[in-house]
Design a protein around this ligand. Structure first.
Ligand code: SF4
Length: 313
């Protein structure tokens, strides 16, 4: 098996007394998309920022193409960033309003010393065509475009350095529903064409199902279940995953309980299993003992006392 492009082990981040991310581990093989899904406050966006070292981890390893990013100094990190790009939720906020599209698309190449001025301009034109915008857009400014077009420009900018890894944090949640599918289809096409590896963050189960090969479900800073997409959606093992799926728009709850109540504050994570205050199966042990991650079939893993007969990871 080829080495994963990204391997994260035991990643944790505390902000003073708040443990925002706790002991997160996963890996992504080349060309695959790994999704992290969960409610707001689950720690998924903090995990995305940790992976790119936009914030520093409290503990844990982040290996990108075999190199330890967690221990890397700023100068080395800056060189590595050429190979790791991010797409943000708000394309308006993430684009510089004073830069033309041409400047937006040539700047990352300039910063990382890629190509000569003429070839950078040619790359910018080609990138625009790839994201379905005409070359007449090159001399316009972000405010002259719709939200969907701006996100296309942000995607083109992320591809400008031909990165190995793209981290996309809620890339379509600020867009109209009618535009979301177009942008998601574009991202999938481009990924196929470029062979890019992707970490994809979303609260939207339908979007994650459409985009991702492997999925991790996060709750209050921890991964509670992960595995191949078809296992997570076809045979969810953790009560939180089951409740999320039962609560998704357009899904009948069936026999499964929908999600009730609010996610607790990260300042006051419940003892034992963090999900116990909302879990319909919670029992005495759940308040005392944190469940360990158990290995299920076909690479699926989940952390719940109801799975005690499965092998611990
Ligand atoms: Fe529910 Fe207990 Fe399982 Fe947590 S460990 S998900 S509270 S049954």
């Amino acid at each position: 098996m080829p080495a994963p492009v990204l391997e994260v082990r035991g990643l944790s981040k505390s902000f003073k007394a708040v443990k925002a991310v706790r002991n997160v581990s996963f890996s992504i093989a080349k060309g695959r998309t790994f999704g992290i899904v969960g409610e707001s406050g689950s720690g998924k966006s903090t995990t995305a920022r940790l992976v790119l070292r936009l914030i520093d981890p409290t503990t844990g390893d982040i290996r990108f193409q075999g190199v330890d990013l967690a221990a890397m100094r700023q100068e080395e990190l800056r060189r590595q960033r050429r190979h790791m790009q991010m797409i943000f939720q708000d394309p308006f906020g993430s684009l510089n309003g004073r830069m033309t599209v041409r400047e937006t698309l040539t700047e990352p190449q300039l910063v990382h010393g890629i190509g000569a001025p003429a070839s950078r301009a040619e790359v910018a034109r080609n990138l625009l065509a790839e994201v379905g915008l005409p070359s007449s857009a090159l001399d316009r400014f972000p405010h002259e475009f719709s939200g969907g077009q701006r996100q296309r420009i942000a995607i083109a900018r992320a591809l400008a350095t031909n990165p190995e890894l793209i981290v996309a944090d809620e890339p379509v949640s600020a867009l109209d529903v009618s535009v979301q599918a177009q942008v998601l289809n574009l991202m999938r096409d481009l990924q196929d064409r470029h062979g890019t590896t992707m970490l994809f963050i979303s609260h939207d189960l339908r979007v994650v199902q459409f985009m991702c090969d492997e999925i991790a479900v996060m709750y209050l800073g921890e991964i509670v279940e992960q595995g191949p997409r078809d296992r997570i959606y076809g045979a969810p093992a953790h009560p939180y995953t089951q409740a999320l799926l039962a609560s998704a728009p357009g899904k009948g709850a069936g026999k499964r309980a929908r999600l009730s109540g609010e996610i607790p504050s990260a300042h006051a994570v419940p003892s034992g299993c963090a999900f116990r205050t909302r879990c319909p199966h919670a029992h005495e042990r759940c308040a005392i003992e944190p469940p360990v991650m158990r290995q299920l079939d076909d690479g699926q893993q989940a952390a719940c006392h109801l799975l005690d007969q499965a092998v611990s990871v």
